[in-house]
Design a protein around this ligand. Sequence first.
Ligand SMILES: NC(=O)c1ccc[n+]([C@@H]2O[C@H](COP(=O)([O-])OP(=O)(O)OC[C@H]3O[C@@H](n4cnc5c(N)ncnc54)[C@H](OP(=O)(O)O)[C@@H]3O)[C@@H](O)[C@H]2O)c1
Length: 318
Amino acid sequence: MLTTRVCEPALLEKDLAGRVYVVTGANSGVGRATAEQLARQGARVVAGCRRVDAGAAAFVGLGEVPGSVEVVELDLGRLDSVRVFAEAFAARADRLDGLVNNAGVMMCPEGRTADGFETQLGVNHLGHFLLTELLLDTLRASAPSRIVCVSSVLHVGTRKQVGEIDLDDPHFERRPYDKTLSYTQSKLANVLHAAELARRLGDSGVSAFSVHPGWVRTNLVQHTMPAWVQNVVMRPFSGLLGMISPEEGAQTSLHCLLDDDAPRHSGAYYSQHSLLYPRKEHRSGGWPMTSPNPNARDAELAARLYERSREWVGLASA
Ligand SMILES: NC(=O)c1ccc[n+]([C@@H]2O[C@H](COP(=O)([O-])OP(=O)(O)OC[C@H]3O[C@@H](n4cnc5c(N)ncnc54)[C@H](OP(=O)(O)O)[C@@H]3O)[C@@H](O)[C@H]2O)c1
């Protein structure tokens, strides 16, 4: 039986008054649970949501909390929207204690973002990459501060193929689109993004982490099965198989944001338990743990991906 990792109770009682966080994809699932917990602890949360109405509706039930959640439009599939969000954030707040790059799509049909990127790489990695670059000065000025890149155990790959990034054909222009490979590629990009951020940020006081939130009961499955199959048919068995609630799924991100010791592990991968790891010894996860995928530990690949990502989102080499 897998044991779900949860934050030390004291972390979830820390007074976050005066602190400001950005959480993307905050109207649903893990992002919503993360935003709500931060607000309950007194933080001001700027919730980046693709659908502002869904964001507003999501937090109606939060009730009176010491902090606040402000919903601001953010479509990670449009670089212009990312830029507008960053400007809107700068107009609202002059500090940023934590950025949670949480939003994501999984195994969607072949598609392109507004800027022509393959959808999963575009939304899961490149939209977040530009957002992070645009918020980096504020994060530096607010140090100590933290960046959490929500990845997945699937960055490791599948039984058939280890997760990799094809820098020669990242957007599936020359090879047939494969929705699983595309998702694993985007989630490996999240792990490498955090690792390279940590290297570049050095002793700036800004730390970066990648996380696997666990197998969580959310809307993420919408392109692989109808949500009612997961939520009704599978519900009696899924708990036994290790599926967890969004609140439990938020624990790994919250630990990375709030644990005093975490900055010593900047760049590391933190994982909730998972049944999908290739070997049994990896299944209990770890806060932090070594990714079983050698590509996730490839510093040269991380550096090349960072440079290419800057080019793709229209930023000069850094
Ligand atoms: N659930 C799991 O078992 C699991 C496992 C491993 C990793 N993860 C990761 O956990 C993260 C959160 O997913 P979740 O499970 O909480 O799923 P979810 O409930 O579907 O939440 C995903 C969020 O991302 C948002 N989003 C999608 N496309 C976007 C875009 N173009 N711009 C801005 N926001 C966008 C969604 O907004 P809309 O509601 O408007 O679509 C939603 O708020 C993802 O990065 C996912 O890869 C989840």
